[in-house]
Design a protein around this ligand. Structure first.
Ligand code: BGC
Length: 908
């Protein structure tokens, strides 16, 4: 008892001190989430950040405490890491007593820094465990009767159950998931704020369940309701053969556990798989591509309340046929994000009533309607107007149509449930008076925290940045999709790897991609082939040989780049096997280092000219591309093997790398250094992937530059574009990179901006100057791949780059291009150590820059000297804190630790 008191007092004392001290510990995360619920991991990781106004602050020691109560009494303490001498503040692995399922844990960390001998303590943060082991899911799946399968009956079933509580509740959690999508209700209130749950995984292998704290929704008598829709599991997706579904079974179903912890310390599961009933309600059909049919007259008021019964209830059926595993949710789920107001009501030449929301987005429209009971309102969605008319040809067979039968209640808020649309415009039918204030567009996307910002003195570039951001928002719906509107919306691997680094700058995509990479591994074929889309709904484990270069390589590229951005070595270890399987597959298809595997998409959507007698189309040889990516993937695997200290693999893959390197020279580089195809993409890939000797590097740069100059523009597709500007600027031609960036005629990044784009287009010429459209068979206006230029903007205009030797921004580079086309650039990036800021601006004869570096990290700062003169600090303390400095005539180098620095270079 004495001990408990002592410990309690100790904690509060140090918390109090923590506030008064200059170092604060904040942003506590468990498995990269703030206070997550329902974590299955037996060894979760802890991360924290420190803040201080002082310079060069580094963590020297830390001590983590985990307990089952908030006072950390002795009996409740499950882990005391002890005071450890370490600068580690991210992904510290739990090493305490075994964790119990469905339990809330409290944790706090004490941090010692170079700044003071006294420690600083964080506030107390929490997380709760999930059901942890499969055996805790001992209820069955609930579904409809066999003759109500979704083929004969597309309506959404409304399931209902009831329970009573007669003790004082301390906390209550609902763990739930479904085959199909679900929305759960307790006592008339919607459970949680997540949408399109349970998200999309490799359903045959695993489904994520969600955990909700429902303590506040409960009373003595309770009703629980669950509505199901077809979702990704059962709805039609591209690749679905006629008459065939993607996954097994024809009936939507859900499984749940409602666990209550009472004040007296006991625990109870209040409902199980018995006594569920179901009937139908307002949702008469719901499909991802086609939209929803909703009749508001069929809503049974308070249907999920206790005692409200439907005479048409049928008994629900239980099934136990799921062969995969249920796992807790490891990524941020989809939430409502921006709510956009309607900008303009347009009557098209053919008389359609159309609303413009001013922004292409992914989500749905919510509205109120003044119409009469029984009126049918149809809302169709489109990305553009063409010749002033509502244009849907590029949606291919996706209807994107929500139909509502009104109930006459003007306060009723209409929205769909188990679908989403990609749109900027909606066409409204069946409504006489349209009041713009009644309509809102709701953006839906995975709730990833924003990590980076970018702005510049050039409004067109700022619009491009906004388009890149909206491209990410619109296509990060639980999986990285190619587009959100037509009958596709799939997790294309090539698009994802091309955009990954840009995505990582803008949002914290760690959990999002870690989760998707697990599904990639599940869907990877036994022979190592990585399917083109994940989850693999196109091939679905049919025997397949071959995979596209630049698509399948997502496994090596994303795994490695994620390691560079976040520094999570454990995650790299988890991905290693999958990376290796893919490289080994390619090796099995190679002869003396030359990769001969087939099925390539090539440099998808490169610059091409119709009827092209002079041969201006920039076609890059697919075999050459495949050899380049083969080499790149081996190289990344080799790097991973080195980090993970796998010596045998290092030797083996170093040999493979050498062979692949030689084979590239033998087959694709001529004696005088021309590379097969002689396109921008061929030089860019060869230079980026280190495929050339010094002599040939020089030649490749010269030929690339000559090529760009002869066209006057880029000619690259999905594979060359992400690296084009990077290669130019890394080889002394930043001026040309800037020229490409600032070009506003087709083909370029700014051309769509000048045409009014609010997202990134799939094609460089989605809309032609004369208003004609590219072929409707493949012409999305929300495809993020070309947005990969974002990475170059952050790396070069802001100048922020990761340092491979110190992954996760432990030590990073700042090296901005003070390009004369910009008067200012400002960028921020919230790294695992805290917010990094770089801001530079120019006046006629001076450049100023301010830099912020978070504690526990360092930066190598290279400042060029566009004017004759010297970089000077505006603050003595900052100047005195510089760790290293080297002045050259054309640039100055500083090694800086944490702190805020302002410098200026004035022309002499
Ligand atoms: C998708 C792409 C994808 C490509 C592969 C298209 O239909 O929209 O973004 O990478 O197919 O060929």
């Amino acid at each position: 008892m004495k001990h408990i008191l002592l410990l309690t007092t100790f904690f509060f004392f140090s918390l109090h001190c923590g506030i008064a001290q200059k170092v604060t510990v904040y942003d506590l995360q468990v498995d990269d989430f703030y206070s997550p619920m329902g974590i299955d991991s037996e060894t979760p990781t802890f991360s924290w950040k420190t803040a201080s106004k002082e310079y060069n602050v580094n963590q020297t020691h830390y001590q983590v405490f985990v307990a089952t109560d908030a006072v950390f009494s002795k009996n409740s303490l499950v882990w005391d890491s002890g005071k450890l001498a370490s600068s580690e503040s991210v992904y510290t692995v739990y090493e305490g007593k075994p964790l119990s399922p469905d339990t809330k844990y409290y944790w706090t960390v004490k941090v010692w820094t170079s700044q003071s001998s006294r420690s600083s303590q964080s506030r107390i943060a929490t997380w709760s465990t999930g059901l942890m082991k499969l055996k805790n899911w001992d209820t069955k799946w609930i579904t409809v009767a066999e003759d109500d399968d979704y083929r004969s009956n597309p309506k959404s079933p409304y399931f209902k159950n009831e329970f009573k509580i007669n003790k004082k509740v301390k906390s209550a959690n609902l763990h739930i998931t479904s085959r199909g999508m679900y929305e759960a209700y307790i006592n008339g209130k919607r459970v949680g704020d997540l949408y399109l749950t349970p998200g999309w995984t490799s359903y045959n292998n695993r489904i994520q369940y969600q955990t909700y704290n429902i303590t506040n929704l409960l009373s003595a008598n309770n009703g629980i309701g669950v509505i199901l829709g077809k979702g990704w599991h059962y709805g039609r997706l591209m690749g679905t053969k006629k008459g065939e579904q993607n996954y097994s079974g024809n009936r939507v179903s859900f499984i749940s556990q409602l666990l209550i912890t009472y004040e007296d310390g006991t625990k109870e599961r209040v409902i199980d798989d018995s006594n569920w009933n179901y009937s139908y309600g307002a949702i008469l059909d719901s499909e991802i591509y086609n939209g929803e049919y909703y009749d508001a007259n069929l809503i049974e008021e308070n249907w999920s309340n206790y005692g409200v019964n439907n005479p048409e209830y049928k008994s629900a059926v239980t099934v136990d046929d799921y062969k995969g595993i249920l796992v807790s949710t490891s990524n941020e789920m989809i939430k409502r994000q921006e709510i956009l107001v309607a900008k303009e009501l347009i009557t098209t030449p053919s008389g359609d009533k159309v609303i413009d929301f001013g922004q292409n987005l992914t989500g749905w429209v919510e509205f109120k309607a003044n119409g009469k009971k029984g009126d049918v309102v149809k809302i169709q969605h489109a990305e553009i107007l063409h010749k002033e008319e509502f244009y849907t040809d590029n949606l291919r067979s996706a209807k994107q149509l929500n139909t509502y039968v009104l109930n006459g209640d003007s306060d009723h808020l209409y929205r769909p449930h188990f679908t989403f649309q990609g749109f900027r415009f909606i066409k409204i039918e069946g409504m006489e008076d349209i009041d713009l204030d009644d309509f809102k567009a709701v953006a839906l996307y995975s709730d990833m925290e924003q990590s980076g910002t970018f702005s510049s003195s050039n409004p067109l570039i700022n619009q491009l940045q906004s388009n890149i951001e909206w491209g990410q928002k619109g296509n990060f719906l639980d999986v990285p999709t190619d587009c959100p509107q037509r009958n596709e919306r799939l997790g294309w691997t090539g698009d994802a790897q091309a955009f990954f680094n840009t995505a990582g700058y803008l949002r914290d995509v760690k959990n999002f991609f870690d989760k998707w990479m697990v599904d990639l591994e599940y869907d990877q074929y036994d022979n190592g082939v990585v399917p083109s889309v994940i989850p693999d709904v196109l091939d679905n484990k049919r025997p397949r040989d071959g995979a596209s270069a630049g698509w399948a390589d997502a496994v090596t590229i994303i795994s490695w780049n994620s390691y560079l951005i976040y520094g999570d070595k454990e995650q790299l270890k988890l991905r290693y096997n999958s990376m290796k399987k893919w490289v080994d597959y390619m090796h099995s298809k190679s002869i003396e280092g030359s990769y001969v595997g087939n099925n390539h998409y090539g440099d998808w959507l490169f610059y091409s000219v119709p009827n092209d007698p002079p041969g201006r189309s920039a076609v890059s040889n697919k075999k050459m591309i495949a050899q380049a990516f083969y080499h790149y993937s081996i190289d990344l695997l080799l790097k991973a093997a080195k980090v993970l200290e796998n010596k045998e693999d290092v030797t083996h893959y170093q040999n493979l790398l050498n062979q692949a390197h030689q084979a590239f020279q033998d087959e694709y580089v001529t004696k005088k250094g021309m590379i097969a195809s002689d396109t921008q993409t061929s030089y860019v890939l060869a230079l980026k992937f280190n495929l050339l000797n010094e002599e040939n590097k020089k030649i490749a740069v010269e030929r690339l530059v000559a090529n760009v100059e002869s066209y006057g523009h880029l000619t690259t597709g999905f594979l060359g574009t992400p690296y084009l500007c990077e290669i130019l600027s890394a080889n002394g031609r930043a001026d040309l990179a800037i020229k490409l960036l600032l070009r506003d005629k087709y083909p370029s990044w700014l051309y769509p901006v000048t045409m009014g784009a609010t997202t990134i287009w799939e094609r460089w010429n989605g809309i032609k100057k004369n208003g004609d459209l590219a072929s409707e068979s493949m012409n999305s206006y929300n495809h993020y791949a070309y947005g990969a230029i974002g990475e170059w903007m952050y790396n070069n205009l802001v100048g922020l780059k990761v340092n491979e030797l110190y992954p996760g921004y432990k030590r990073f580079t700042i090296q901005p291009l003070f390009d004369k086309n910009f008067n200012y650039i400002s960028g921020t990036y919230n790294s695992n150590y805290g917010n990094i800021k770089v801001n530079w601006s120019r006046t006629n004869d001076a450049i100023s820059i301010s830099i912020s570096i978070p504690p526990n990290s360092q930066s190598d700062v290279f400042l060029s000297k566009p004017y004759k003169g010297n970089w000077t600090f505006n603050n003595k303390k900052a100047e005195g804190s510089v760790l290293e400095k080297k002045d050259d005539t054309d640039k100055t180098y500083f090694l800086l630790g944490s702190g805020d620095y302002q410098l200026r270079l004035k022309a002499e």
